[in-house]
Design a protein around this ligand. Structure first.
Ligand SMILES: Nc1ncnc2c1ncn2[C@@H]1O[C@H](COP(=O)(O)OP(=O)(O)OP(=O)(O)O)[C@@H](O)[C@H]1O
Ligand SMILES: [Mg+2]
Length: 248
């Protein structure tokens, strides 16, 4: 399969510290790819390089064949790359709807005051409503982000990331802080998006990841230690001998 998104031989160093040693990854159109690995392995740093927060010390990042290495995060975002953060990134004093409206590309281009824009153009509100429904938040558009349950906030984050109509979505530990009900709900939501765009998920919850992913890459010591389908990774000796392979 030709790759939508490619990272070739990435290295990331901070001073003398090499956090990513040599990372090569491929994500195909419509694929759902998982990234697992122990704490401090370099997973979030990898996302930070892929989405332009850090420029790699070596290597190349390509989107649909185009070299996007070293572009600024907003430039990469504009090309159709969205991400959610390990720590949530919502406007707490905005409603769920307005959190999504602020992320709609049409509104960003116009660049005028959000509250006026919302009042002035109900088309944005309609688009937001569709996205709220898509992430399971129908009827909650008027609720302040801070008043939503934790699981709803996680879903809203995904709605915000989807507002830009991305081709690829990076999610950094989306289940963190969720109980089993919340995790099941999130799995259903991500399952419903599967195939519509490329999704890459960093996760510690192996049951969640193994049930959703087409392919999984294991990152450790700044390298890709193993890669394959969930079944291949279940059988991988290194994964079996580590804590990562224990399905919770
Ligand atoms: N800006 C930075 N400067 C120096 N070191 C950094 C920087 N960002 C990350 N690191 C280091 O890189 C290593 C990998 O961190 P990273 O956050 O990528 O790990 P992770 O795999 O996401 O871990 P976790 O599962 O705990 O989220 C850590 O030791 C961290 O301290
Ligand atoms: Mg991390």
């Amino acid at each position: 399969m030709s790759a939508l998104f490619e990272a070739d031989r990435l290295q990331m160093r901070f001073g003398n510290r090499i956090v990513l040693e040599d990372i090569t990854l491929r994500f195909g159109p419509g694929e759902l790819c998982g990234i697992m690995g122990p704490n401090g392995a370099g997973k979030t740093t990898c996302f930070n390089v892929l989405t332009g927060r850090y420029r790699p010390s070596r290597g190349q990042v390509r989107l649909d064949g185009e070299d996007i290495t070293g572009l600024r995060p907003h430039e990469i975002a504009r090309k159709g790359v969205s991400r959610s953060f390990q720590i949530m990134n919502l406007f707490n004093d905005f409603t769920a709807r307005d959190n999504i409206v602020t992320a709609l590309p049409g509104l960003r281009r116009r660049g005028f005051d959000v509250s006026h824009a919302v009042a002035a153009n109900s088309a944005f509100a309609d688009q937001a409503e569709v996205l709220l429904e898509r992430v399971g938040l129908a009827g909650k558009g008027g609720v302040l982000a801070r008043s939503l349950s934790y699981g709803d906030r996680r879903a809203l984050e995904i709605g915000v990331a989807l507002a830009a109509a991305p081709r690829i979505l990076f999610l950094d530990e989306p289940t963190s802080g969720l109980g089993s009900d919340g995790t099941a709900r999130l799995a259903a939501l991500i399952g419903s998006l599967k195939g519509q765009l490329t999704i890459v998920i960093i996760e510690h919850d192996m049951r969640f990841l193994f049930s959703l992913a087409d392919r999984i890459s294991v990152i450790h010591w700044g390298q890709v230690l193993a890669q394959g389908t969930p079944q291949m990774l279940r059988d991988n000796e290194w994964v079996r001998n580590s804590n990562l392979g224990k399905l919770q």
